[in-house]
Design a protein around this ligand. Structure first.
Ligand SMILES: Nc1nc2c(ncn2[C@@H]2O[C@H](COP(=O)(O)OP(=O)(O)OP(=O)(O)O)[C@@H](O)[C@H]2O)c(=O)[nH]1
Length: 433
């Protein structure tokens, strides 16, 4: 099997870039603005940008690439369409948009954003352009978040759900706290709950309290809704564990800002957790995380008298790979190897614990199954030829296995490590256990 890996390192060097696979349409008549915005966006995201400096050019591009656009960013007043006609054109083409405009006066004319408009930005400073750039990334990332809206009023629920859908969130709804807990339990990936207070069966405070028993503010954001006139509710929601609150009637723009702020905070916390728990090069878990999780899994297996086993893996002659093809090619191979590990042992706890050393913890699997999985993996790696910057590289892996329960996880690993040493001594590319 031949695998081409010549882009791995380049991808890794630009990890902060979000690859957006559909182009953005940028419509702006002032060339300097257009170039600045294009530059700012492409500095941050890997994205193709089509540009138009007037309505006619935008129309031509839309008819050519009709269903392709991820988003349009458009000046509301174009020389050949001075009255915001671009909004209807983009709506007809089904392209969501961020609109740019010159003054507060114009902004004030629209208390409700026109159909298809995600946000409305006043071009008064560089900050406005930076906000647009952030919003582009936010909209892309929102696709990965689910939001649960909890309100017994179907009208209110639908309205909030529509606002969130506009911002690319996947939205689920529930009529009261009891239903919300059920929906939350049955759907993974809900990161934000927006909940009303007054609801039958279970109110918003009780729902918040129930959720906080198991999920911290860093894991799950909750925004409470407080009815107009009830000034205490917002503060009470925070005291019961909500991250934030929104006053009814809900204004689209405020909802957008608060939701995005809370989701950004969750992403930031996740990034911090990843920085602490994951290896920078391969994104696999690091030694610290492996031991903190592994010790709990180990203890449960001891308590339940269930199967537990460990494997130590070490790529063979990795120094030669570095010496022959360079350290960067070596890095590419480590990334590739880690991806293969994650794919092959998707349910098991994997970590990179040294340069070319990896460890796996198997919970609840019999020896026969694990040894077969390890041998299948070893054979799969040996059969691959990886093309890295035009060099064709093969590698093999030696594996030490141990399922004998010792007093501590470390002691189990020590035996696996001794078996790994035996695998190396007996010619490499084999499983010993
Ligand atoms: N490219 C790259 N190389 C690394 C990294 N971490 C460690 N290494 C290299 O991995 C190599 C490990 O070499 P050795 O411990 O001698 O082992 P080996 O060559 O794999 O030989 P055996 O384990 O005996 O089969 C060293 O050359 C390290 O410099 C890394 O993050 N990237």
């Amino acid at each position: 099997m031949v695998l081409v890996r010549d882009n791995v390192r380049k991808k890794d060097n630009s990890k902060h870039l979000i690859p957006i696979d559909k182009p953005i349409l940028l419509i702006e008549d002032q060339e300097s603005m257009l170039l600045m915005l294009k530059g700012l966006i492409q500095e941050k995201y890997k994205i193709e940008i089509h540009t138009a400096s007037n309505y006619a050019q935008a129309k031509a591009l839309l008819s050519k690439h009709r269903h392709e656009y991820y988003l349009a960013i458009c000046d509301l007043h174009l020389p050949d369409a001075p009255n915001g006609e671009i909004v209807s054109l983009l709506n007809r083409a089904n392209v969501k948009m961020i609109t740019l405009t010159g003054t507060f006066g114009e902004r004030d004319k629209t208390s409700i954003l026109p159909k298809g408009v995600i946000d409305y930005i006043i071009k008064d400073s560089i900050n406005a352009y930076e906000y647009v750039v952030e919003l582009v990334g936010r909209l892309y990332n929102n696709c990965h978040h689910k939001v649960l809206v909890v309100d017994d009023s179907a009208i209110s629920c639908t309205m909030i759900a529509n606002m969130l859908t506009m911002q690319n969130f996947e939205v689920l709804v529930a009529e009261d706290g009891v239903q919300a807990l059920e929906v939350y339990k049955n759907n993974s990936g809900i990161n934000l709950i927006i909940t009303d207070y007054h609801m039958p069966n279970m109110d918003g405070f009780t729902l918040t309290l129930n959720l906080r028993k198991d999920y911290s503010k860093e894991q799950l954001a909750i925004i409470g809704l407080s009815a107009s006139g009830d000034t205490d509710l917002g503060a009470q929601f925070i005291k019961y564990g909500a991250n934030d609150f929104l006053a009814k009637p809900i204004r689209y723009e405020e909802l957008l800002c608060r939701v995005n702020q809370n989701i950004s905070m969750l992403e930031y916390m996740e990034a911090l957790r990843n920085a602490a728990n994951r290896d920078f090069l391969t994104s696999l878990y690091n030694r610290r995380y492996f031991f903190s999780q592994g010790k709990q899994i180990f203890q449960q297996a001891i308590d339940n008298e269930s199967d537990i086993s460990v494997a130590m893996l070490d790529i063979d002659h990795f120094k030669q790979i570095n010496d022959n093809y360079g350290h960067e090619a070596g890095d590419d191979l480590l990334i590739h190897f880690s991806e293969q590990l994650t794919e092959h042992f998707e349910k098991d706890l994997i970590a990179r614990i040294g340069g070319e050393e990896f460890v796996i913890l198997f919970d609840g699997l019999t020896d026969d199954i694990v040894i077969k999985m390890l041998n299948d993996f070893r054979e799969k790696i040996a059969a691959q030829v990886i093309t890295c910057d035009e060099a064709k590289i093969s590698m093999t892996v030696s594996i030490g296995f141990n399922s004998h329960k010792e007093q501590h996880l470390d002691a189990m690993l020590k035996i696996a490590d001794e078996n790994l040493y035996k695998a190396k001594q007996s010619g490499r590319n084999q499983v010993v256990g």
